[in-house]
Design a binder for this molecule. Structure first.
Ligand code: AMP
Length: 288
């Protein structure tokens, strides 16, 4: 399918062969924005970064079954390709690669890319197999596309670290670029999963941001104890009856090991995961 508007023509490709052919002659640098669709302003911001820096922009839309540790979560992940393609076109994306599952994982596919230490805690512990699925699909996409730059959201901070580690270890020359988290005016990080929140849950969901800012405020006031900052987040989260916290973390910004104390001048990551009914949300705040 090819559609046109004033700014660009977005080419939608379904197969590895089409992709190879389309990429053969494109202008460089080439910027890649991997997504699972149900695009929102967070995805748009990544596309805009790519458009600003790269001569050609490619987005991928693929709901990757291997990164869902619960089949029901995969089934109910929101999808609307026509709307997503219209957004890509509005953002001036040159190429969309939107393959089927068998195009990414052909029959007989039997490899897992498994990253070590940074993939283990937090989301890795809460969602067994999740980062294996992420690293595997991103390795395939990086290899197929050979982009100069790939743009990811800081909202998924651990994911960025896992992908950086994977690309470095596998000698994939694509540069991984982290982009700021885009938020609703009330502080809730945009996420495709927000669509599942009931009105009451949606009204309660900014508690994630409030908890992170409480801990950041503590740190800015001189608090360096990991436990004190974790307690500060926990207290805010548990004040919200609709929120069921899964974890709060004050971790080393490079290794994601939990910290007893935050050392001055060292990067740290405040992060948390919270359930609202069946919907699980994450957010984070880098400090230091
Ligand atoms: P997803 O479609 O959820 O897999 O996300 C695709 C990319 O968009 C990932 O790199 C995410 O980190 C990024 N992303 C998702 N939400 C946001 C947000 N609110 N702000 C910035 N980037 C985001």
């Amino acid at each position: 399918m090819t559609t046109t508007d004033r700014r660009t023509t977005t080419h939608v490709l379904r197969t590895r062969a089409e992709l190879r052919e389309a990429l053969a002659g494109v202008a460089r640098p080439l910027g890649l924005v991997p997504t699972m669709g149900w695009l929102h302003a967070g995805h748009r911001s990544l596309m805009q970064r790519a458009r600003a820096a790269d001569a050609t922009t490619i987005a991928t839309i693929f709901v990757n079954p291997r990164q869902f540790n619960e089949a029901a979560d995969y089934q109910r992940y929101p999808r609307n390709e026509a709307r997503d393609l219209a957004i890509c076109e509005e953002e001036g994306v040159d190429i969309v690669f939107a393959p089927g599952v068998e195009e990414v994982y052909p029959p007989g596919f039997d490899t897992v890319v498994s990253v070590g230490e940074v993939a283990r805690p937090l989301e890795g512990a809460a969602r067994p197999g999740h980062f294996d699925g992420v690293a595997t699909v991103v390795a395939i996409l990086f290899d197929l596309i050979g982009a100069d730059h790939a743009y990811f959201g800081q909202k998924d901070a651990q994911q960025v670290m896992v992908i950086r580690q994977m690309a470095r270890d596998l000698a994939i020359p694509t540069e991984v670029i982290a982009c700021p988290t885009v938020r609703e005016p009330d502080g809730l990080a945009l996420s495709s999963r927000n669509v599942h929140l009931s009105p009451a849950e949606r009204a309660a969901a900014p508690v994630l941001r409030r908890a992170l800012l409480a801990a950041r405020g503590g740190w800015e006031a001189g608090e360096r104890s990991g436990d004190a900052l974790r307690d500060a987040m926990w207290e805010v989260l548990t004040s919200e009856p609709l929120a069921t916290p899964a974890y709060v973390s004050v971790a080393d910004g490079r290794t994601l090991r939990e910290l007893d104390r935050i050392a001055d001048g060292e990067p740290a990551l405040l992060s948390l995961a919270v359930r609202f009914g069946a919907t699980r949300l994450i957010d984070n705040e880098p400090i230091g």
